[in-house]
Design a protein around this ligand. Structure first.
Ligand SMILES: [Zn+2]
Length: 159
């Protein structure tokens, strides 16, 4: 089974990159330790945090709740650590909304005609939509930039 995550606010930028990789990464602003722990337990999510207090909780030391203490300060180091430790792959990259964490659904070209800019409609044939915020994604320049960024971030992470 693919791991699911809950990302602490002290490593919040990880959430976006895990979503880009297609992993379910919950992120809640202003959540306290108790909130993180209880959502982690209830939804069987791995807690990602820099907070050593969380790591010392009995629920974590007993193995009931899985938590990973993030070491680096830069998101690329943090992501590499998670990829290595949790053995993440890139098989489902770009299948999840970056804003809502929802799995994206395919749309037929005709369905998005009035929802995307004309130039995009002319040049792109594959579209996906977020069922929650209804944002439409396509493989344009923004997508290509993220893909390159991800490749750079992942250099050296998978050996
Ligand atoms: Zn969305």
């Amino acid at each position: 089974m693919r791991p699911k995550f809950i990302v602490d606010t002290n490593v919040g930028r990880l959430a976006r990159w895990l979503r880009i990789m297609g992993y379910d990464a919950a992120f809640i602003n202003y959540i306290d330790d108790w909130g993180l722990v209880s959502i982690g337990l209830k939804e069987k999510r791995v807690v990602l945090t820099k907070d050593t207090q969380i790591m010392m909780r009995r629920v974590v030391t007993s193995g009931k709740l899985k938590a990973l203490l993030i070491e680096g300060d830069e998101v690329k180091d943090q992501l590499r650590q998670v990829v290595r430790t949790m053995k993440l792959d890139q098989e489902r990259k770009f299948t999840r909304c970056l804003e809502c964490n929802q799995p994206l659904v395919s749309k037929r070209k005709a369905e998005v005609k009035d929802l995307v800019p004309p130039y995009v409609f002319q040049t792109q044939s594959r579209y996906v939509e977020c069922p929650s915020c209804h944002r439409i994604y396509w493989r344009g320049t923004h997508w290509q930039r993220m893909k390159r960024e991800l490749e750079t971030l992942m250099e050296g992470a998978e050996e």
